[in-house]
Design a protein around this ligand. Structure first.
Ligand code: NAD
Length: 496
């Protein structure tokens, strides 16, 4: 690795004791437990964080409840919430280089991606949501009240903040996923208890520090680092949470949804995916091949809407697969802190074993490995892999691998590729590569997914809602849609 000197503020932050943040207190976990945090590029210990118990989660929820019901925050005007969120975004921007280094060392992603994608999209989204604080509206409704013909009425609706939000996030974009939940909660006037993933807790802790520095009253944003089965389960079953928002795997999302139903807690779930990349016969093949490679290899394939299934018209299949395999073979793997590195390690040894297990399954079932197919260390590396000759019912095609593994299949006509694209329990994203606008427009309504991209993939904008059809989730993040998921509507009818 070419030499890279860690910023002094990043090194100092890593050396901090990393307790919980509840109000303005930083307690150790009540049972004194801690979780080791490893650097995925080396497999070595980076630091450790407190592992919250159920009692700690209860304390954080109680603090968020008090702050929501009766504090300067609960009385704050929308314009002041807007200003505060702008100030918070400015502080994230000021600390962007340090946050990017933390993300790189904690998650393994390359420093350039962390800075340009994770941190920058987070800042953009915070500023987009800040604007919403002053635009939350109800309607004036002209009622008829047929059984009270002589009465006169004024009917209207209000949108009110939901209350205490429990947010649980995955490790693939640790800061960005947290911001997708925190920013709408702050714009609408909710309070939050955030549980980051145990593998990647550091940027959430720094973010909470910055919230206090921005001027948020203590208790608005609380962070409980901890294990899913302990802190996560306690948060998702807590009866005094008004809304649960979860980003993670579909199996855990189902458990969280069931736990939420016991107390009718509002719930939104952003879950897994197995998104198709579809190359129609007329596509610009060079840009489709590069686009399909980016769609799967970006962030080591650890992207919920990664283009992990590739469908290419049979007449171009061999050429496009050869091009993508060439791109895969040219990607430089290494420590993400090295600016010349294009792909870092997977997040953990567990994830490395899981992804490699799928590759082995493919090999054993007779599929052909057109590129990659290896793992290496130290660190948790898997080479960018392209697999062809797979059965559509095989786990490689049906299950989310969540690593740099592409399965490629040919098709003969549009009906067939639509059927194959929809033959999945998931429905998060899909991309179509073509310049035939009529064919594309006819396909879009037939694809069962929350996002469809044309001649691009995983292209997200704060103004466009993002979420899943089928088992990819419930509800949407971003765009105007997200306001409805953090507010409750109240109908008011007044006899005048
Ligand atoms: P995961 O479901 O194992 O963990 C996600 C979070 O849930 C972590 O914070 C974990 O501690 C917590 N958790 C685990 N068990 C829990 C339990 N019993 N109760 C409560 N919380 C629990 O998922 P992961 O492996 O960390 O993340 C990868 C998954 O996330 C993939 O399936 C990916 O597609 C999905 N994801 C989806 C989106 C989206 O927007 N749709 C975005 C990013 C990641």
């Amino acid at each position: 690795m070419s030499s890279y000197t860690l910023r002094a503020d990043t090194a100092a932050f890593i050396d901090q004791p990393h307790q919980l943040l509840i109000g303005d207190q930083r307690p150790e976990a009540s049972n004194q437990q801690r979780i080791d945090v490893l650097n995925p590029a080396t497999g070595k210990l980076l630091t450790s964080v407190a592992a919250a118990s159920k009692d700690d989660v209860n304390a954080a929820v109680a603090c968020a409840r008090r702050t929501f019901e009766n504090s300067a925050w609960s009385r704050m005007k929308p314009a002041d919430r807007e200003l505060l969120l702008w100030r918070f975004a400015d502080l994230v921007e000021k600390n962007a280089d340090m946050l990017a280094e933390l993300e790189c060392m904690d998650n393994g992603k390359s420093l350039g991606i962390a800075r340009a994608v994770d941190i920058q999209l987070g800042i953009n989204f915070m500023r987009y949501m800040a604007g919403w604080a002053t635009k939350i509206e109800g309607n004036s409704v002209d009622v008829s009240m047929p059984f009270m013909p002589d009465g006169q009425f004024h009917g209207y609706t209000r949108r009110e903040p939901l209350g205490v939000v429990g947010a649980i996030v995955a490790w693939n974009f640790p800061l960005l996923l947290a911001i997708w939940k925190i920013a709408p909660a702050l714009a609408t006037g909710c309070t939050i208890v955030l549980k980051p993933a145990e593998d990647t807790p550091l940027t959430a802790l720094k973010l909470a520090e910055l919230a206090l520095e921005a001027g948020y009253p203590p208790g608005v944003l609380n962070v409980v680092t901890g294990l899913g089965q302990d802190a996560g389960a306690a948060l998702s079953a807590h009866p005094d949470i008004d809304k649960l928002t979860f980003t993670g795997s579909t199996p855990v999302g189902k458990m969280i949804g069931k736990a939420a139903m016991d107390s009718m807690t509002r719930v939104t779930l952003e879950l897994g995916g197995k998104s198709p990349t579809i190359v129609l016969p007329d596509a610009d093949l060079a840009s489709a091949a590069q686009g399909a490679a980016n769609a799967i290899f970006f962030n080591q394939g650890q992207v919920c809407c990664a283009g992990s299934r590739l469908y290419v018209h049979r007449k171009h299949f061999d050429n496009v697969v050869a091009d993508i395999s060439g791109i895969a073979g040219s990607i430089r793997l290494g420590n993400g802190m090295d600016p010349s590195v294009q792909m870092g390690p997977l997040v953990s040894a567990k994830q490395q074993q899981r992804v490699f297990g799928y590759i082995e399954q493919g090999r054993e079932s007779g599929a052909s490995i057109a590129a990659g197919g290896t793992m290496s260390g130290p660190g948790f590396f898997v080479s960018p892999t392209v697999i062809a000759d797979v059965d559509h019912r095989s786990p490689l095609v049906q299950e989310e691998i969540f690593g740099p593994v592409l399965v490629a299949m040919p098709f003969d006509d549009i009906d067939e590729v639509v059927r194959m694209a929809n033959d999945s329990p998931y429905g998060l994203g899909a991309s179509i590569w073509s310049n035939d606008l009529s064919a594309v427009h006819r396909m879009i309504p037939r694809i069962k997914s929350g996002s469809v991209w044309v001649n691009c993939h995983t292209a997200l904008d704060p103004a466009l809602p993002f979420g899943g059809y089928k088992q990819s989730g419930l509800g949407r993040e971003m765009g105007a849609e997200v306001i409805h998921h953090y507010t409750e509507v109240k109908s008011v009818l007044m006899q005048i």
